[in-house]
Design a protein around this ligand. Structure first.
Ligand code: HEC
Length: 203
């Protein structure tokens, strides 16, 4: 009995000493190393910045599409009409023309996406809202590669890689309307060019 009580006292003594050492150690750390703590906070900031950049790049998705706004004013409407033969298997362009595999495209510039009477659009087309209407640049990105601009579209067409081909075609589509939509202003052209340069540079 006596020896085990003795043992407990010794154990308690050791524990108390250990605790004291830990507590004083913590206090000493706090007093002596504030600079080290600040440094750590700073070092963590750097990789966070890099990670954010990578996530932004991934969110940007595929490579930027060259804009047609700068090319529209001098585009070749006759060449566009020829190019439209690629579309004619599925589309008509004249006023009141029939819906075929794809909808009639009369007055398509600035028309609301997926809105032509009597055509059964995909959900992807019906729900596309950014932007809701077929602006020049929206047509440009769609015709560059339909499946990339609008995943889930049922327009089964690979796309037109050359910006000048898309510009000619869109210039032709523009003429197929009661009143052709206005050409882009100089400011709109410049804004499109700047946005493209910036996107190419990765920011
Ligand atoms: C193989 C058939 C096919 C070809 C070829 C084709 N399209 Fe389409 N197009 C479609 C279909 C189908 C839709 C409807 C897509 C949907 O609902 O997702 C469509 C939709 C469109 C729309 C959207 C119309 C709207 O009312 O919102 C445009 C603009 C368009 N096509 C332009 C063109 C042009 C320009 C070409 C030629 C370069 C072309 N398409 C070639 C089948 C085709």
């Amino acid at each position: 009995m006596a020896t085990s009580l003795e043992g407990n006292k010794i154990l308690a003594g050791i524990l108390a000493a250990g605790l004291l050492a830990m507590v004083t150690g913590k206090i000493a750390d706090g007093l002596v190393h504030p600079k080290e703590l600040q440094e750590n906070v700073y070092k963590i900031d750097v990789p966070e910045g890099v990670g954010g950049g990578a996530a932004e790049a991934a969110a940007q998705g595929p490579a930027p599409v060259e804009p047609v706004l700068p090319l529209l004013a001098s585009a070749d409407v006759a060449a566009g009409e020829k190019g439209a033969k690629k579309c004619a298997a599925c589309h008509t362009f004249d006023q009141g023309g029939a819906n075929k595999v794809g909808p009639n495209l009369f007055d398509i510039v600035n028309r609301e996406k997926g809105s032509h009477e009597g055509f059964n659009y995909s959900d992807a087309m019906k729900s596309f809202s950014d932007p809701k209407n077929w602006t020049y640049e929206s047509l440009n990105k769609f015709l560059h590669k339909p499946s990339e601009y609008m995943p889930g579209t049922k327009m089964n067409f690979a796309g037109l890689k050359k910006a000048s081909d898309r510009a000619d075609l869109i210039a032709y589509l523009r003429t197929m309307a009661g009143t052709p939509a206005p050409l882009p202003t100089a400011e709109e052209v410049k804004a499109a060019q700047d946005a493209f340069e910036k996107a190419k540079a990765g920011g």
